[in-house]
Design a protein around this ligand. Sequence first.
Ligand code: FUC
Length: 795
Amino acid sequence: MKKTLFASLWFAAVLILSVPPMPAQDQFPGNAQPSVEPLSLWYRQAATKWTEALPLGNGRIGAMVFGGVNHERLQLNEDTLWAGGPYDPVNPQARKALPEARQLVFEGKYREASKLISQKVLSKPKGQMPYETAGDLILTFPDSTSVGNYRRDLNLDKAVATVEYTDQGVRFLRQVFASPVDQVIVVHLTADKKGSISFAAGFQTPQRVIIETESENTLVMSGVNGSSQGIKGVLKFQVRARVLADGGSISVTSNSVSVANANSATILIALATSYQSYDNVSGDPEKIVKGQIAAAARKKFDKLLAAHVQEHQRLFRRVSLDLGHSEAMQLPTDERIKNFDNGRDPQLATLYFQFGRYLLISSSRPGGQPANLQGLWNDSMNPPWGSKYTININTEMNYWPAESGNLAECVEPLIAMVKDISQTGTRTAQEMYGAGGWVAHHNTDLWRATGPIDIVDAGMWPSGGAWLCGHLWDHYEFNLDKACLKKVYPIMRGAAQFFLDTLVDDPTNHWLVTNPSISPENQHPFGSGLSAGPSMDEEILRDLFGNTIKASEILGTDKPFRAQLAAARARLAPPQIGSAGQLQEWLADWDMKAPEIHHRHVSHLYALYPSWQINVFDTPKLTAAARKSLEIRGDESTGWATAWRINLWDRLHDGDHAYRILKFLLSPERTYADMFDAHPPFQIDGNFGGAAGIEGMLLQSRALETAGAAQRFEMEVLPALPSAWPNGSVTGLRTRGGFEVDLAWNGGKLTRIKIHSVGGRKTTIRYGDHTVEIKLKPGGTVQLQAGLQRAAKSS
Ligand code: FUC
């Protein structure tokens, strides 16, 4: 029975793949009107490339809208449609090989250690499972003859994509959105003349599927996901599209639904897989999508739209930003990206910032998967780096703008994933290292694989899970939700336990170090990346141990464990300053002899950002060394690496330098026409890192070192304001310690600040040389003026 299903799926796939390729998408230069909404991306022509198409998503399902006139392509994604099935990649030989590798590293025999790890420690299979496209919904319209006034846009405030044009005197309008309320993608087609809507809808996909029609108006694509690297695809999925028309007629063939001469039409698209959790694929996608379509079909289009917009705006409108306006706003977005370098379009930075928040809302909502390397959007069965979760920077960067950008809910999928990998990682810790607690190396996937993968210089890194724990802690410091801290505390504790069990004594200095490890993806001068105690590991562990101690104090639990952590923390290797005045990337002073001194990763600068271990207030010498390292590395790199550099210069309070790098990030070299970040190729981390970089110019916040359960917080106002943005305002940014902040500035100087407590009681505010401490009741608000004096109207 199974065999026949696979055989027919395969046959269907061959049939589908043999369909002639889509004709090139339409190009209609015209006299389109400028965008009326400042928070819109807009274009005068349809997308011809995927990175020109516009992303929509409800956190779980998404579409890339191309906006063609004769052919509309909606490339579809569902966030659990990955290759493979539940699997355990741990290499059984690892446990025996690791002590030998450790010894070789301590003896400086890095190449030998690398060979051994490559053969006996890396996971089986050596790679993880890729994220896959679901396929496309294609709408084919009657040939247009005289198209004019073409315009397509993505309204970030409404999360709706629109395509408009005229043909033979009729004005056509297409609206598309992915509803987080009704869990369907909605396409609505209208025209200003009755009976003008005609098209045929069909699916195409590289997946193994059967495509059929059901009743008189529904297209159904049912399939099984791909296999990868010997792991068999066992996920069932279904995509369902129901076509509803007002007037005219609907007809079906075996694999298409057509509408003729309708006044308007609505297409409801639902997608689901059988994924329930990383070890359970027993869901019923058909039941899910049928239910979603039936429920959505009972509502009128206007109601679907209103509910969608309201839910989107609940999150999106929490933050507003104004960096100034100019004539340049009249231009289409692709032209503005080409010109950003001229410094005359400050609003494009606002748009980029809000696009980052839009992307997070669209790709990471509670209940769904976290944003992967491409967020939610991927048109391939084998995307770059599998579009997985690379946790040696990329996944973390995705969440950098989240808490301060007032999107704490969007972090929930990340927290859920960390919980999952704390479970699979417990097995990895036991089987590979014979250790307690849990470990995740540099990458994970839908199945929550946690072993070392790919190559030694990327994979042999035990600190991915530990870094992610920083986000659990940040979530607490921003929101002060003790109940949530209680839930994540065992995860932090488990991550710390693993290192208590596996850190070893460094024979030279007797520090406690990781071994074997690497400084993410960068090689030292001895033909390998392997070393003991690379700086980033020691920095991440200083945070992990410190945060876990603090959490246990706040929760009043685990006193003996706390003491163990404190003792181990005191023995971590301290940051070292090397002969070039730089912060050393490794325990030894190798930086200037390393083969790639401009390497994209700036792992050792983790201590400056995102961590606060090195900062301009408390550690001037180390800050100078970090600055030196940053200067040596240079400003321009891959998308995410460029974005990291912006955040680092923010922390150094050099807004003009950060802005210079932002200009590069927001140029066509690092930003596609649809504003997606270019690594290249497309990788979404740069969008999020760039948004965080803009936040960091305006507001930064930290917890100060304190003894015991009490915490003290500090915020810095306009710490790195670029001179290019002398006048502006922002509302709704969040800080550690539970506050929401509105700011306004003029001539480069703060004019007004309003602080609202969302649970916080006390914080210090710093603006230049001024500091003031405020106390608020939860829910209270205070307004301060330039110089930080209290304004009359505070409550
Ligand atoms: C890390 C980076 C690469 C890329 C990949 C997905 O390995 O070093 O540049 O971003 O993740």
